[in-house]
Design a protein around this ligand. Structure first.
Ligand code: GLA
Length: 394
């Protein structure tokens, strides 16, 4: 893999070759993808999540323009897109550019002094694999806009603007987890986030010497994700509406204890009850995971990962055959501490915690089992926890 310095030099060269030289100085920005360790489908229920920013990212070279024009070159797609700050429209011919357009529009609407920009970017976050390449593009764009516009933006607000870009401009009804971790991740740590208050705590991963985080890409992309995702959201909202009749203080599933849920679950339609049970127990699993990690009890953490997968499969019903096969293959190995699907589901990736010394064996064995059962060629990424969006001084 090319080093960060080489990748930065390449986007800088591309910027110079794709857009006419203006003599302005160039800034280099990096923003990572993410993997969620636990806390799935909890963020839009005001709940808890525990993601890490990974060593897969987008690097963007950017320089200011005085004429309000924004020109972007997506090196990996060899595609260009341009717009003016006074007229930011959705572009269905260049869907990738909508993350950039949305960020500029929302920054502008919030009163930030955005300037025109020339940019070129390239990434190594696998696309459409559930590792948040879009959040990485949003966060790199937002940080680039602040650097070249000369204004400061708080990272939490940057994440909120990223989520608003998805919700209001791109049209994806996601929660805040992906943008938050891409903006605020920290090297060697996971981020424990309360998605209601947006308070967060960085959690050391003391096991990282002994164990590795291994992402397994099933290479399955499902078109279903958006509609199924929105359906799950509305089922959770329906659960809140019904439970509120008995528990008037609640505003989200976050507010319902497992004891309260048991008491009132018979009032819910059975599908809604399953969805709510997943969310309520998953929130507790995140809290238990944080405790387990703080006390160095990685085996307990592994069991919680496994319980999370079972729940996503049986109660939330967002897993799929390929994800289950990969998780099962991983759990069949003694070097695996825990394994689960990660992200929205219906394809994408699994995340496993694996004994460092056995990682090669893990990858070879899970690869072979998965391939023989599905006919698909999976990919594996051994990850480190990295910093969130940052301007690089190279
Ligand atoms: C996607 C969304 C996130 C979150 C996860 C599921 O990644 O973008 O906001 O809801 O799915 O946990």
């Amino acid at each position: 893999m090319a080093s960060l310095r080489e990748r930065a030099a390449r986007v800088q060269e591309l910027l110079l070759s794709e857009w006419q030289d203006t003599g302005e100085s160039i800034s280099i920005i990096k923003a990572p993808g993410r993997v969620n360790l636990i806390g799935e489908h909890t963020d839009y229920n005001d709940g808890f999540v525990l993601p890490v920013a990974i060593d897969r990212d987008i690097i963007m070279a950017a320089r200011p323009r005085d004429d309000g024009q924004v020109n972007a070159y997506a090196a990996d797609l060899d595609a260009k897109s341009s717009f003016h700050l006074d007229d930011i429209q959705h572009d269905s011919d260049a869907p990738w550019s909508n993350y950039i357009r949305g960020m500029f529009l929302l920054l502008k609407q919030r009163g930030f002094a955005v300037k025109g920009m020339d940019a070129a970017f390239s990434g190594n976050v696998p696309l459409a694999a559930g590792l948040s390449s879009s959040a990485a593009l949003e966060m790199s764009t937002g940080l680039a806009a602040s650097v070249i516009g000369g204004f400061h933006i708080d990272k939490v607000e940057l994440a909120e603007i990223g989520q608003a870009t998805e919700n209001d401009f791109v049209g994806v009804n996601c929660g805040i987890m992906d943008q938050f971790i891409s903006a605020l991740g920290e090297k060697g740590r996971a981020l424990f986030l309360d998605c209601r208050s947006l308070e967060y705590e960085l959690i050391s991963l003391p096991f990282m010497e002994e164990y590795k985080i291994v992402i397994g890409n099933t290479m399955v992309q499902r078109g279903l994700v958006d509609s199924a995702y929105n359906e799950r959201r509305s089922q959770c909202e329906e659960g809140v509406r019904i439970l509120k009749q008995h528990l008037p203080r609640i505003t989200a599933l976050r507010d319902v204890s497992t004891a309260e849920f048991q008491k009132y679950r018979s009032h819910l339609p059975s599908i809604v009850a399953k969805r709510c049970e997943h969310v309520i127990r998953e929130n507790q699993r995140v809290l238990d995971s944080v405790e387990a990690l703080k006390s160095g009890n990685h085996l307990v953490f592994g069991e919680l990962m496994q319980a999370s997968h079972e729940s996503l499969k049986d109660l939330y019903e967002v897993s799929c055959r390929e994800l289950d096969i990969m998780v099962e293959a991983a759990l069949g190995l003694s070097e695996t501490i825990g394994s689960r699907m990660t992200g929205a589901g219906f394809g994408g990736c699994t995340v496993s915690l694996v004994q460092a010394a056995q990682v090669d064996n893990f990858i070879d064995t899970v690869h072979a089992t998965y391939q023989s059962k599905t006919g698909l060629e999976p990919e594996f990424y051994v990850c480190s926890a990295e910093d969130g969006a940052v301007q690089l001084e190279l």
